[in-house]
Design a protein. Structure first.
Length: 192
């Protein structure tokens, strides 16, 4: 029986080699935007979700994590769902963090004047100490505590490995604690 020329199986890596397949992946952008907008109720955030989803799926394809090309659509929308959920959770945590830093309305009125003064002084000290850190330390701490990103995502944004981000974050926190004069109980006094 005569067979045609050998063709390698069309796996996920082959999707990256074909311009038409990359265009097919890009063709999902509009649907992903609508999908995200329904969940987030914000078109600019929806565009960000679509972009991040396409980046993550492209990375998964390059790494060979998607073995069944027929599951591409499902994988895209599952990824978009996770990205939306992460954004919703991050927004909630950020809102709660801001509320803790600056109580407003009735909460501020109920707080004692001395408590308000101490809180304001503490906040001022922390912001002043953050200003004394280097730009890299500030960026890592901002992405960690303000945007609530994990080490892998921070690494992607800064072009670092997750391990490097963890080390930098640890060192930045220690520098900040030193500037603020905070010591752990396990820290020993060098004079002892």
């Amino acid at each position: 029986m005569a067979q045609g020329p050998y063709r390698p199986p069309m796996g996920p890596a082959a999707l990256l080699d074909s311009d038409s397949e990359v265009a097919q992946l890009e063709s999902f952008r509009g649907r992903l935007r609508v999908f995200a907008a329904r969940r987030l109720r914000d078109w600019s955030d929806a565009e960000d979700v679509a972009q991040e989803t396409l980046e993550r799926v492209l990375e998964a394809l390059r790494a060979g994590r998607l073995r069944d090309p027929g599951a591409l659509t499902s994988y895209l929308f599952q990824t978009a769902s996770r990205v939306c959920l992460h954004r919703i959770r991050s927004a909630g945590r950020e809102k709660r963090a801001y509320e803790r830093l600056a109580p407003v309305g009735e909460e501020a009125a109920e707080e004692s004047p001395l408590g308000a003064l101490i809180s304001a002084q503490e906040r001022s000290s922390v912001f002043e100490a953050l200003g004394k850190l280097g730009a890299e330390d500030q960026k890592v701490l901002e992405l960690t505590f303000r945007e609530d990103l994990d080490a892998a995502e921070i690494g992607r944004r800064l072009g670092l490995t997750a391990g490097t981000v963890c080390v930098r974050r640890h060192r930045a926190i220690r520098r900040l604690a030193k500037i603020l004069g905070v010591r752990k109980e396990t820290d020993r006094d060098p004079d002892v």
